[in-house]
Design a binder for this molecule. Structure first.
Ligand SMILES: *Cc1c(COP(=O)(O)O)cnc(C)c1O
Ligand SMILES: [Zn+2]
Length: 392
């Protein structure tokens, strides 16, 4: 197998950079870089039917992944997560074709495993020995887990009030943890300062080009698991937005390779009422999103006041004919219970937010209940035990 990676291309100005030396953002305009592939050659080399015999993890799409030498892959078995029919939740909500992709079964119990497996593997391939990151929670544990597996030193800057599970998984996997009195944006400032001082490579989401490649594999998997078709709508809990833009990228790549047709799901970004910069920008019709002040929500993974990929997220949801909406923390907690009781799935609050958003959109008529609708449960509720009532 070989990767058909070619160059890094700026998603804003189109400038290109080498994919064989460490890069972060576009040197011309400071925006997000995407890895590009020779898709024609990839399609000639890889028949999608041949995927059937490959291991059930995200590296099954190796030709479309950014690591050139398989020996550099650092894997804990991430990806190829199950896609379930949610019949009982669907019946409760009046939906006839509701699906849930359960990212909670990933290593480190969230889909951050995908992005960090890709980024840490590529860092290893590029000879990077020390990495750093600010994280609202799950990304940190994923980074330090893959760094541990790959023998790379990892530094984490995290808000002091991040979930206990995230603090502990960083500590037990040997990450160098700094707890910050502030938000993820404040943690980012500290991480960048430390990176500059000590020559650490910053793997903040969409500020290095490879995490998105891990998360895009959700798009490949959804297509493969649905027999190379896509659902009518995808509802995604949006923080930095890497997953939603990653899936959007995957759909374009698959169409170019002739694996799917030109139909796209309507993409819906869900945020919490207490932190909704993308929803506000969507409603105001702007290209970029202003930073959100005093961000507050129980769903730590989407407590992201500003996203460097804002224009990519807004572009994808607009182009898809989807939308952006908020849900309340009260609804998030109520839906965690509802999904657990009806589907047996202990979803994270971010995942519950997608179900709450679906409830709102069915009630308002924004979504047709007979469409094929897919919810992404991005992590396991077991990482958020403090949000759940204790029967003791
Ligand atoms: C990080 C995170 C999100 C948000 O993901 P983005 O791709 O950055 O928008 C959602 N849910 C969970 C559980 C997360 O950890
Ligand atoms: Zn640029």
């Amino acid at each position: 197998m070989r990767s058909f990676l070619t160059v890094l291309e700026c998603t804003y100005c189109g400038d290109t950079l080498s994919a064989d030396s460490p890069q972060r953002l576009c040197e011309e305009c400071g925006k997000v870089l995407y890895p590009r592939y020779d898709l024609e050659a990839a399609a000639a080399a890889l028949d999608r039917e041949a995927l059937k015999g490959r291991p059930a993890n995200m590296w099954r799409y190796f030709e479309l992944m950014p690591v050139r030498d398989e020996a550099n892959i650092i894997t804990l078995g991430e990806g190829f997560t199950p896609l379930f029919r949610a019949e009982r939740l669907g019946a409760e909500m009046g939906c006839s074709d509701l699906l849930i992709k359960d990212e909670g079964v990933n290593p480190t119990a969230s889909f951050k495993a995908r992005g960090l497996s890709a980024a840490v593997s590529k860092a290893k391939e590029l000879g990077i020995a020390k990495i750093t990151m600010p994280s609202a929670g799950n990304a940190a544990g994923a980074m330090t887990s893959y760094a541990a597996k790959g023998g790379i030193e990892a530094f984490v800057f995290m808000p002091r009030d991040a979930p206990e599970s995230n603090r502990k998984e960083v500590a037990i996997t040997g990450g160098d943890l700094s707890l910050i009195d502030g938000l993820i944006s404040d943690a980012g400032v500290m991480s960048r300062a430390r990176a500059a001082e000590e020559g650490l490579f910053d793997v903040s989401t969409l500020q290095e080009p490879y995490r998105v490649e891990g998360k895009k594999t959700m798009g490949y998997e959804i297509a493969e698991q649905l027999g190379w078709t896509l659902p009518d709508a995808i509802i995604y809990p949006t923080g930095g937005g890497t997953g939603i833009v990653g899936m959007w990228k995957a759909f374009a790549e698959m169409e170019e390779m002739g694996w799917i047709d030109s139909r796209r799901p309507k993409m819906f970004a869900v945020q919490s009422e207490g932190c909704a910069p993308i929803v506000r920008a969507f409603e105001q019709g702007t290209e970029f999103a202003e930073a959100w002040q005093n961000a507050e929500t129980v769903a730590a993974g989407i407590r992201v006041p500003s996203a460097i990929g804002d224009y990519l997220i807004l572009g994808a949801i607009r182009e898809s004919g989807g939308g952006a909406l908020t849900v309340s923390d009260g609804d998030i907690l109520a839906y965690m219970g509802l999904v657990a009781r009806l589907e047996g799935m202990f979803v994270c609050p971010e995942g519950a937010a997608t179900a709450a958003a679906l409830g709102k959109m069915i009630a308002s008529g924004q979504l047709d209940p007979d469409e094929r609708i897919l919810l992404l449960n991005t992590g396991s509720g077991l990482k958020y035990l403090d949000l759940v009532e204790d029967p003791l």
